[in-house]
Design a protein around this ligand. Structure first.
Ligand code: PMP
Length: 335
């Protein structure tokens, strides 16, 4: 019998999916790692598991303890599921600007959800700093203690991506991978995967797909943390400071990707390949196309399909929302 003993065993080992239209368009083989198939529905289940395992190993997380985290949503979803499965409790701090669907999911899972205003990272009320303060409070007053998961600077995040996501990509492509690209939220994915792939073959090109308004594009190009022009509706990605995780990323080339460039890939994948993806996957696929054009035809490029589109139905697939933002609306979406 082949069985999974618990929900943790459903995390990772996601397939690499051939993306037909973008492969044909570029003459490259573009593959997407189907991270939306994780039990919490996103790539961040890996991070949640990595952080919990590391905190168990260090003794920081006591049986029955509380895990507190600031999150754009997906890490909170992963942490809540794992806390439920592993005998912990969790508190999730999230900016209220995030999609209604992620808030609904966290409520469905029974998360102790604290919604806060969206501010810049330098503001002490930023959701990350709020999570830190709350974790300290819980640590003092809860019987089994509390930890702050600290996904931005906790290297257990990139470490699990190095050991799992990166190694899986190497094994699944049988080493025939020429490029990897994704956006950064905490930077855990790009750091972990880049370290794993470069260790196998330093010639593999690592690209950063940075959404409009984020500062890493300019940082990779010139070392200056200057936000690029514009802004983005894509959630979970786009940062203006160097996290401890991103500091380990081995990036060769960066591209600034606008929402106008990314959204048509999301719409075309749904209409023509039966795949309904979230916005960050659109930025990643647009980045994969740019990296393919940069490397030339005949190469194999891997990117991350971070989560499923139903998590953003009220935004990405809502013609009124798109129109108000001045973003492209596919004809078939208009009633
Ligand atoms: N896409 C989505 C939908 C996310 O939630 C996140 C995590 N914030 C990312 C991409 C970025 O991943 P990472 O934190 O590993 O950079």
């Amino acid at each position: 019998m082949h069985t999974a003993s618990d929900v943790t065993q459903l995390i990772g080992n996601t397939p690499l999916l051939h993306l037909k239209q973008v492969s044909e368009k570029t003459g490259c083989t573009i593959l997407g790692k189907a991270e939306f198939l994780n039990p919490g529905g996103s790539v961040k289940d890996r991070t949640a598991l990595g952080i919990i395992r590391a905190a168990q190993a260090s003794g920081e997380l006591q049986p029955g303890g509380r895990i507190v985290e600031g999150t754009a949503g997906n890490t909170g979803i992963g942490l809540t599921l794992l806390a439920n499965a592993m005998g912990y409790t969790s508190t999730v701090v999230m900016p209220l600007t995030q999609s209604k669907e992620k808030i609904d999911t966290l409520e469905l899972l029974g998360a102790d959800l604290r919604l806060v205003g969206a501010t810049s990272y330098s503001d002490p009320n930023h959701y990350t700093h709020t999570a830190e303060k709350l974790a300290k409070k819980f640590a003092q007053r809860e019987e089994h203690g509390a930890i702050w998961a600290r996904q931005f600077d906790n290297l257990a995040n990139m470490d699990i991506h190095c050991r799992t996501t990166g190694e899986e990509i190497w094994a699944q492509t049988e080493g025939k991978v020429d490029g990897f690209i994704c956006a950064a939220g905490t930077g855990g994915t790009i750091a972990g995967v880049s370290v794993a792939l470069k260790e196998h073959n330093p010639g593999i090109a690592i690209g950063l797909a940075d959404p409009a308004g984020a500062a890493l594009y300019e940082y990779v190009r010139s070392g200056e943390l200057t936000p690029s022009e514009g802004s983005s509706i894509m959630e979970g990605i786009g940062i203006n400071h160097i996290t401890d995780n991103f500091a380990h990323a081995q990036v060769d080339v960066a591209f600034r990707i606008s929402d106008e460039e990314a959204l048509p890939y999301i719409f075309d994948l749904l209409k023509h390949e039966g795949l309904c993806l979230g916005g960050s996957a659109g930025i990643n696929i647009a980045g994969a196309v740019r990296l393919a054009e940069h490397l030339g035809p005949g190469h194999t490029i891997v990117t991350i399909l971070c989560d499923y589109g139903n998590r953003y139905q009220s935004k990405l697939f809502n013609p009124v929302f798109l129109e108000n933002k001045g973003l492209p609306i596919p004809e078939w979406l208009v009633i």
